[in-house]
Design a protein around this ligand. Structure first.
Ligand code: ATP
Ligand code: MG
Length: 255
């Protein structure tokens, strides 16, 4: 059985892609067979993994597997071998997917169907979601049934998390499935009063039922991204490696 996790939060720039790449890197570093799916039409993860060219390629691409109910198995044609783990990159043409899927049959199950059609059985699949609560994120939540939530340690996260949890409830109610929140990653944490207050709020609000990790603001994370790898594939040491290894160990445990 493949364990699958969506990295989701509708607020932009909170660290979804950074967390997705480095959690995939950590899982691979721990010896697992991992696939990362870039479901964001912006293609940041694809770019951050050295797949900028694939992002601009003609079909078939990930969108091909999602837009047409009969083409789910096209996903197998678009798996790229990255040095740390496999990647299904996003594509510039995926910007039309939200509209294309509106009103379409099984519009929120397309990624599930694509996963069912995968030839290779991975141990872990990580899905990087776009910064919105549309069909794409719904597809990721339904296909993985698990969500890892990145959030900035600032006041705006309170409302953002409320909205995300409402959507998870609506979706799981509507489809009669369980979507589990597996942990919260406070990201880009700096040492200031607001961050300390928010870390306390995260711990008080979530700490009883899910782990709350703290990823600090580190240029090493950006430098690895610019080199097309996770911090585990980068020569530079980063003191956040232990946090990502911790997250990976937890995902293995709940898998
Ligand atoms: N812990 C961190 N330390 C330093 N820089 C970070 C950290 N986390 C993220 N960043 C940087 O912040 C920016 C936003 O991060 P990222 O792209 O991962 O967020 P996102 O939620 O995926 O954004 P989007 O909503 O656009 O998809 C990027 O430039 C990334 O390199
Ligand atoms: Mg992103």
């Amino acid at each position: 059985m493949t364990a699958k996790f969506a990295v989701a939060q509708q607020k932009g720039g909170v660290g979804k892609t950074t967390v997705a790449i480095n959690v995939a890197g950590a899982l691979a570093d721990r010896g697992n067979d991992v696939l990362l799916i870039d479901l964001d039409p912006q293609g940041h993860a694809s770019e951050g993994l050295g797949l900028a060219e694939a992002y601009e390629t003609e079909a078939p691409h990930l969108g091909t597997a999602l837009v047409d109910l009969e083409s789910s198995d096209a996903i197998n044609e678009v798996v790229y071998e990255h040095e740390e783990f496999d990647v299904v990159p996003s594509n510039i043409d995926m910007f039309t997917l939200e509209t294309d899927l509106t009103g379409a049959m099984r519009s929120r199950e397309r990624l599930s169907l694509a996963f069912d059609a995968l030839d290779h059985e991975y141990e872990y699949i990580i899905v990087d979601c776009p910064p919105s609560l549309g069909h794409l994120t719904d597809n990721a939540l339904l296909a993985t049934r698990n969500v890892l939530i990145p959030a900035l340690a600032e006041g705006t996260s309170v409302r953002a998390l409320e909205i995300l949890y409402d959507q998870i409830d609506t979706l799981s109610g509507g489809y009669d499935v369980e979507v589990t929140d597996v942990g919260l990653v406070a990201n880009r944490v700096e040492q200031d009063g607001e961050a300390e207050d928010m870390m306390e709020w995260f711990d008080d609000t979530f700490g009883d039922h899910i782990p709350v990790w703290e990823v600090r603001k580190r240029v090493a994370l950006k430098r690895a991204w610019n080199e097309g790898v996770s911090i585990f594939g980068h020569t530079e040491d980063c003191d956040m490696e232990d946090v990502f290894l911790d997250i990976a160990a937890h995902l293995e445990e709940v898998a």
